[in-house]
Ligand binder design. Sequence first.
Ligand code: AMP
Ligand code: ZN
Length: 469
Amino acid sequence: MKLYNSLTRQKEDFKTYEEGKVRMYTCGPTVYHFAHIGNLRSYIMEDVLEKYLVYSGYDVNRVMNITDVGHLSSDADTGEDKMLKGAKREKKTVMEIAKFYTDAFFADCDKLNIKIPNTVQPATGCIPEFIEMVEGLIEKDFAYIAGGNVYFDTSKLKEYYVFNNHDAEDLAVGVREGVEEDTNKRNKTDFVLWFTKSKFDDQELKWDSPWGIGYPGWHIECSAISMKYLGDRLDLHCGGIDNAFPHHTNEIAQSEAYIGHPWCTHWFHVLHLNTSGGKMSKSKGEFLTVSLLEEKGYNPIVYRFFCLQSHYRKSLVFSWDSLDNAAQAYDKLIKKISTFEKEGEVDMAVVEEYRAKFNEVMGNDLNTSLGITAIYDVVKAKTNGATKRFLLDDYDRVLSLDLLKAADSVKEEKEETNEEDAYILEMIAKRAEAKKAKNYAEADRIRNELAAKGITLKDSSQGTTYTKA
Ligand code: AMP
Ligand code: ZN
């Protein structure tokens, strides 16, 4: 497949180190609050990427971390630890909120048909691995100790800014207004690998280390966790675009310094979901969650459908109107699919022809919006229902939109309604007969029996009509 690579800034043929195998790493959530639907846009697109690679015949080994320590509110080394902030807000321990929001994240993924990667590793479970890596970096002279903390020395690298042409704004990370500059750093872009002396005396989780009691920086966790499970040759690393700098830039710096050769060949970044008011972010406190969508009566899969309608490399603006449009389009599509006959022989020639079209668009930088168009092409195709259903099921191995499942339940509902309507009409006819025979007791009994089921009869000169509760 062709996939855009943030590292080379171009669409490339996706290649793996070992043939047929993909080692894939995803930056997991910081579990101090619910995931917002912006975070979940990233996870939906990464899920489609993983599923498309599997669909294309790759064996994918995917690892994700859970950030439960070390992620400071600035994304750099300033501000409060996000986990501590969450714990204080809820008057709970850090581990309690980590457990709660990790479970909530998995529940959201489940509702959105996002497959959980085969390995999920909380950062707090890998402290010895982080310490080992920091020790290695000190040995190789890529890290130094200052003011009790261990820092990565970015001046030792040939190239630090790997993703894009950074501007003054990026350079200002860590020296924002109202935030004290860390005078221990030799270079502005240096970052903390291990904190011992920090301004957070109340930091809840601390571990012993060769540099004193403390806790890891955020970036080290992804490098160490990825290497623990996937080795030192990574094929694919994913995350939202905000992770590119400083997080992924720092991951690359420390990983390559540690292993002494290039680390990850392909970087996949999902652009942000924004609201009309700007970027959605957890730290702002006000954000949209899957539960909120459900409370408002939306099927979470409609949100997935909405996300797939646009390309991952374009930012996406969320509005209730556009979600409504997606809901209407999805319902209409599902109703249409529910009319396809299951019986009949699948025409494999048609299947191959349409599969090739699907591969053409999905294999071209994961164009999910044309992937959705491919669904409509199948719906309109001149072939039997069984072939259409076969193809839709096939595409849904990647898109996970519940196409057949939802269509079958619509069909079942329709059949149940038809059965119920036939029963009511039969009862109305029986009641009319009873009335004709002046058997008013029987006519009333029938009326009452229907009333008990929430069905109200209304007699008029034109006959009897009914309404359902
Ligand atoms: P966090 O829980 O903050 O560590 O972020 C989890 C994931 O969501 C990361 O891959 C982020 O890059 C991504 N992310 C954060 N905000 C957004 C957004 N508004 N739209 C899409 N992805 C986002
Ligand atoms: Zn990460």
